[in-house]
Write a protein that binds this ligand. Structure first.
Ligand SMILES: Cc1cc2nc3c(=O)[nH]c(=O)nc-3n(C[C@H](O)[C@H](O)[C@H](O)COP(=O)(O)OP(=O)(O)OC[C@H]3O[C@@H](n4cnc5c(N)ncnc54)[C@H](O)[C@@H]3O)c2cc1C
Length: 501
């Protein structure tokens, strides 16, 4: 093992090359930043797959207060109002920042930003680029800026452990690349490692999204909050692909309808209908599937021949699956899509462990509560990148102590994915959850995927109510709003000997 030779006194390590990691690295300038990403920049992120856009209250009839209010309704009692308002108020400035970096957002004929409508938003406020290619365009913009920055060095490597100092703080990382293992000491580490959808058999997330940053933080002793809240996207395209391509919710915003094989409306009689919050639509579809129906998203009438120009990404995904959405309804079913819970952070993105920060989907900021409002996650990552850079103030680390290892021995993700799908999915109940916990517990000490899956299953078992994306068939009612929190017992944390440089 060797260490990069640069002075670590002021260096910040950012782990992750999605919207959260790239924008944190840019915002930290002129601090020296080492950006470590498991995949080469531009690849392997959920960010690059975002279709809907970025929510931002920019219209004349809109305001940060209205955006925050919609966010709170979706969050089902667990969104922190001041966090929602703070992030909503940041929206227009963040869009300006991206425009300044060259983001090619779609514009109306008069030159103003073209604003789209999505489910559960009371106003048109979805900023888009390339129709439904927002994530790809934003990612390209941020990658270009990072590669042009003299303050940021980019390392392609898998972060497998966090370095700790004698005071219990985080003091750098251990990473692996091409079989080589190396340490990079640092003043602070920002985890921007994305979500955990890849722990489910049906998911829209990229294959690497198995919550590895969550495991790093948990093994470092950070408080994890509301891990049970996993959002299932209602309309993943059921055409045999893994991960499942997404049919963006914006399609329903533009008039596409959910029907079954008889042509009957799937959401008939359910409040909000096709534009109800995500969890409601996901359960509506799930229950129709349980009754033996096949569910389709029908864009023929509302969009028809305009699909390839209005929604080129979805049209291309359908074409690659042999479907023509202008003539055929698109077969859909719910899939794990977004993780609301994560590393509990404060207003500056700091976790409960000194020197450890979290940004983007890996974090739990208080914005999403029990259910994320569509297109709020890119916004949250952009906002907290700034909050972290402004507030990052951590004393220099002390003497290093043995590493807290991230364990991947026996990394049996296929078995975990099927267990999570059947027992910790759209509809949950005690027996299935207890089975999942029991199956995962013996593996959690040595397998990161099992550790993260067990944190989700344990929290889901503990929450004996139905709220937002967490639906318990045995506890359909709501208790008083409360969070679940967990910290790993020291006994579960295996330390590896610190290898001399
Ligand atoms: C199909 C799809 C569509 C979506 N559409 C929208 C939308 O329209 N609007 C919206 O707001 N949100 C949308 N979302 C959600 C949004 O894209 C994500 O929440 C957001 O992009 C997460 O950004 P991130 O930077 O936190 O993580 P990611 O973009 O997933 O990036 C994670 C990074 O961490 C790296 N990484 C992970 N573990 C390690 C490790 N151990 N070592 C080194 N590197 C590591 C990965 O390689 C990757 O570079 C969508 C998500 C999906 C999957």
């Amino acid at each position: 093992m060797n260490a990069l030779s640069r002075n670590s006194a002021d260096r910040v390590i950012v782990v992750g090359g999605g919207v959260a990691g790239l924008s944190t690295a840019l915002r930290l300038a002129p601090r020296p930043v080492t950006l470590v990403s498991a995949s080469p920049l531009g690849l392997g992120t959920a960010t690059g797959w975002a279709q809907g856009g970025i929510a931002s209250a920019m219209a004349q009839d809109d305001s940060a207060a209205l955006h925050a209010a919609d966010t709170e309704v979706a969050g089902a009692g667990l969104t922190e109002p001041e966090v929602a308002l703070r992030i909503a108020a940041e929206g227009p400035r963040l869009i300006d920042w991206l425009v300044g970096l060259g983001a090619p957002f779609d514009r109306a004929a008069e030159g103003d930003l073209a604003l789209g409508l999505e489910a559960a938003h009371s106003r048109r406020r979805i900023v888009r680029a390339g129709g439904d290619a927002t994530g790809a365009r934003v990612l390209e913009t941020l990658v270009r800026a990072v590669l042009g920055s003299p303050w940021i060095e980019v390392v392609t490597a898998d972060v497998t452990a966090l370095l700790r100092d004698e005071h219990g703080g985080v003091a750098g990382i251990v990473a692996e690349s091409d079989g080589a293992r190396f340490r990079i000491p640092a003043r602070a580490v920002v985890l921007a490692t994305g979500g955990l959808g890849g722990l489910y058999a049906s998911t829209t997330n990229p294959p690497g999204a198995t919550g590895r940053g969550l495991a790093l933080a948990a093994r470092a002793g950070a408080v994890m909050r509301d891990m049970e809240f996993v959002q299932f996207h209602p309309t993943a395209i059921a055409a045999g692909r893994d991960p499942m391509p997404l049919a963006t919710e914006a399609l329903r915003g533009e008039g596409a309808r959910l029907i079954d094989e008889t042509g009957a409306a799937v959401m008939a009689g359910i409040a909000g209908g096709d534009l109800a919050p995500r969890d409601v639509v996901a359960r509506g579809i799930f229950q129709a599937l349980q009754r033996g129906r096949t569910v389709y998203l029908d864009a023929r009438g509302a969009l028809g021949a305009a699909m390839p120009t209005r929604f080129p990404t979805v049209a291309a995904l359908c074409a690659s699956a042999g479907l023509d959405p202008a003539r055929q309804p698109i077969p859909v079913r719910p899939a794990a899509h977004y993780h609301m819970g994560g590393v509990k952070v404060d207003a500056h993105g700091a976790s409960t462990v000194p020197g450890l920060y979290a940004c983007g989907e890996v974090s739990s900021t208080g914005l999403h509560g029990a259910n994320r409002l569509a297109s709020n996650s890119l916004l949250e990552g952009l906002a907290y990148a700034r909050f972290i850079a402004e507030g990052l103030d951590t004393p220099p680390p002390g003497r290093l102590v043995p590493e807290v290892a991230s364990r991947r021995v026996g990394f049996d993700v296929a078995a975990i994915r099927s267990l999570m799908e059947s027992h910790v999915g759209v509809v949950r109940e005690a027996q299935g959850l207890a089975e999942a916990v029991a199956a995962m517990a013996p593996r959690a000490a040595f397998c990161d995927a099992a550790l993260v899956a067990s944190l989700v299953a344990r929290a889901a078992l503990a929450r004996e109510e139905s709220r937002g994306a967490h639906w318990r068939s045995d506890f359909p009612h709501q208790l008083a709003p409360h969070h679940t929190e967990s910290t790993m017992a020291r006994a579960d944390v295996a330390a590896e000997p610190l290898v001399a440089e």
